[in-house]
Design a protein. Sequence first.
Length: 90
Amino acid sequence: MELSSESIVSLSISDQLASRDQFDAAIAKLRSLLTLLSGEGFAAFKSLSEDNQQNLIWLAFDLADDVGRAGELVAEARTGRPQFVTNLRG
């Protein structure tokens, strides 16, 4: 389900739960990726080609943006007011 600031104004309980599910899923993905890029996983990361390293870093940025957007939706569902999170690349 694609949610936007415009469509969130009057969300049902099931839609509010769906926005929370999006947030939880985005955060779980980002945490998993960062786990692989830190600690013992960092050695494996450093052994990758520079292109693969850059792609993984961009993936982390994309996931962080997803977390931010999903967090906005959760906050809007709670308050009924638009919330704004800065895009990490912008």
